[in-house]
Structure formats: structure tokens, C-alpha cells
Design a protein around this ligand. Sequence first.
Ligand SMILES: NC(=O)c1ccc[n+]([C@@H]2O[C@H](COP(=O)([O-])OP(=O)(O)OC[C@H]3O[C@@H](n4cnc5c(N)ncnc54)[C@H](O)[C@@H]3O)[C@@H](O)[C@H]2O)c1
Length: 393
Amino acid sequence: MNGATGRMGYRQHLVRSILAIRDQGGVLLADGSRVQVEPILVGRSESTLRQLAERHDIEHYTTDLDAALADDRWQIYADFLVTKARVPAIRKAIAAGKAIYTEKPTAESFAEALELAVLAEAAGVKNGVVHDKLYLPGLRKLERLIASGFFGRILSVRGEFGYWVFEGDWQRSQRPSWNYRGQDGGGIVVDMFPHWNYVLENLFGRVESVYARAVTHIPVRVDENDVAFEATADDAAYAIFELEGGIVAQLNSSWTVRVNREELVEFQVDGTLGSAVVGLFGCKIQPRTATPRPVWNPDLAESHDYSDDWLEVPTNDVFENGFKTQWEEFIRHVVDDGPNRFDFLAGARGVQLAEQGLRSSLTGRRIDLPVVSLPAVAVPSSHPVPPIHAAQP
Ligand SMILES: NC(=O)c1ccc[n+]([C@@H]2O[C@H](COP(=O)([O-])OP(=O)(O)OC[C@H]3O[C@@H](n4cnc5c(N)ncnc54)[C@H](O)[C@@H]3O)[C@@H](O)[C@H]2O)c1
């Protein structure tokens, strides 16, 4: 587990996933048996790793990634490093023949993200990328609504993600400062568009084009050492995505917005037969048959409470931590050859969307997104496919 001392690596991957799996006695396999997990923490600071290992009763830790990769006891390389450090580490893990599970974005550029997918395929190593938002209770309920036909024809998706991230001067920032420096792999487009890509393509349809405006609203922030720095990365992005089948998705992502919603992320989906508003946990619906009949009248103060017209969808299920659930799927894929839904190629599509979103913002143009596929070298020569559809028209 490389980067287990970081925000995501520690809380979601180590504590909430791997240690929770260890505590429950491992991952259940198809034949009813269980496979147990044994983590090795990898990082740069021996003392930090030792403290973490002692706190959680973990036997193994090292600052020597190469030695860990060369050791056959460790079957999966997991990467939660800052984005900038990811590609070289994953290249090594592929060369060492490890199965690989990684945070998103898989790389800073689409070319590198695709290269990782090609290298992993050529080396025959199993690979997976975090798609955590799809496992959120709110989005699982949305998935169920879509499958039930509730919406009729889906017309549009509107999403608001964000909250105020303190600048660091009079209150400490609640996110690491590298997120606000482009040269260090930061930026809300690079961070959030990979999420939006998998949410949209898995629930609604492939993202066919993007128009985005990325902005740095707060030009100076203060880092972990109380030193002011120039914010060189975007902290808000306003985007329109056109999806396969004609659905229009409009998503705002911002670290410079104050929350006036029920949750930090909310999506409204409107269809001919009904609408839904979902967050991390909640899901409200309004069917066609219970839709009020608003009439625009600027002369009268509003007397109707529109929020009252919505019905809460019950949970009806047990939703575990999404990171843990996806870890269990990936471990089953590695040891049991279970299905793998989200591989490096899916990760590359997310990076493509981020890259083209930034390009759209720079040029002021809507950009069509080519279908991403592995080049012909990765498939048998009797079934040739055209090379990578990566070039822009
Ligand atoms: N899935 C999600 O919802 C989600 C949310 C936030 C972040 N992330 C992703 O997780 C990754 C980590 O983000 P974070 O917020 O945990 O960051 P963080 O800064 O808290 O942690 C980064 C980790 O990388 C290590 N590190 C830093 N620089 C390094 C270097 N040069 N070489 C090797 N190791 C280095 C740090 O010691 C730390 O362990 C990022 O790629 C980010 O995009 C995902």
C-alpha cells in the first residue's frame, strides 16, 4: 500500500477498507471460502510508517518500494500517492508483474494513462481503478431507479459538487495544498472530471463531448507551513457534457462555493416520466403523476413549498463503505478471476475527459471525445482493430 499515510490512503483504503476486511476475516470467494489480506505499508518516512503500523497492528512496512515489488509475498500493488508520483510507481509495479489497484486519476496526461493501460495489458497484469462515487448509497439508489424505468426517457442531468475550501490564512485549509498548484498535479478538473466520466458513462451513457470553463477564483492560498503561495490550478469548473443518446449533463465543481444543498454533491435527473435528486446518501423522487403545475407570476409571493413535492426513496439495502466494496471486488478479481468492471482503460477515459475539459476551457470550444480503446497490439492479429482513437479531430 503505497501512500498509506495520505488522506485517502490512510482513511479510506487502509482503515475503512483493508483493515476492515482483515477484521471481518477476509474476502468471501465464490466457493464460500475466504481469502485474508496482509498489508505492507510503503512510504518515504520510516518513522511515520512505524507509528502507523504500531497503531494498527500491521507487521510489515518499508521505505524500499523496489524491494517490496521484488518480493513474491506481495501480490497487489496499491497506489494512493499524490497524482504526480503515480505513473513511475505503477510502471515499476507492472514490470514486477503485480496486480495493481490505484486511486484516480491514473495519470496527469491521457497519453500516460493510456500507456499504463497498454503496458498492463501487454504484461497480463490485472488492474483496477477506484470508482468510489458509483458505490455511494445515493448513486446506488439512482442506478436502481434507472433500471426500474422510473425516468422514462432521461433528458438531462444537473450536478453540483463543492464546498468552501479555506484559503489557509485565517483558518487552515481542509485539503492538501498541492491540490491548488498545477505544477504539483492539482486542479479541480484533474481531480473531479475522472469521477464525472465514470459516473456519467456507467449510469447514463458515454461522454461524447465536453465544454468547460475552468477558473482559479482564489489566486493566493496558504500552505501547511503557513507560507503563502500562488494558486496555479483551477479551483472551480463549470461544464456541459453531451452524452450518448442525447442526454445533456451540466456539472459544476467548485472549492469556492458555500453549500446551500442537503449534501456536498447533488445530482438532479429529469426524465419524461419522473425526476430524482440524489446525493451521497439521499434520493428523492417526483413522478410525472405528482408533478405540480407552477405558473410564473412575479406579482405574487411564492406560497407553494416545492421541496414538499418530493418523496424520499427508502434505503431497502445495506450499503457498506464503497471503497471497501470495490476493494473486495478487486481482490476477488485477483484471486478468483471474478469480474473487473473498472480497469486502467476506464481510468484513461477519465483522464481524457479532464485533459479535454482543460483544453476546452483554454480554447473556448466544445470538444468531441473519441472512443478510447487499446491499440491493435493488445488483441490477436486475426482480429485487427484500428489503432488508438486518441487523436483529436
Ligand atoms: N477517490 C476519491 O474520492 C479521492 C479523493 C481525494 C483524492 N483522491 C486521489 O488520491 C490521491 C492522493 O490524494 P490525497 O488527498 O490522499 O493526498 P495526500 O497529500 O493526503 O497524500 C498523498 C500521499 O502521497 C505521498 N507522497 C507525496 N509526494 C510524494 C512523492 N513525491 N513521492 C512519493 N510519495 C509521495 C504522501 O506522503 C502521502 O502518503 C490523489 O491522486 C487524489 O487525486 C481521490
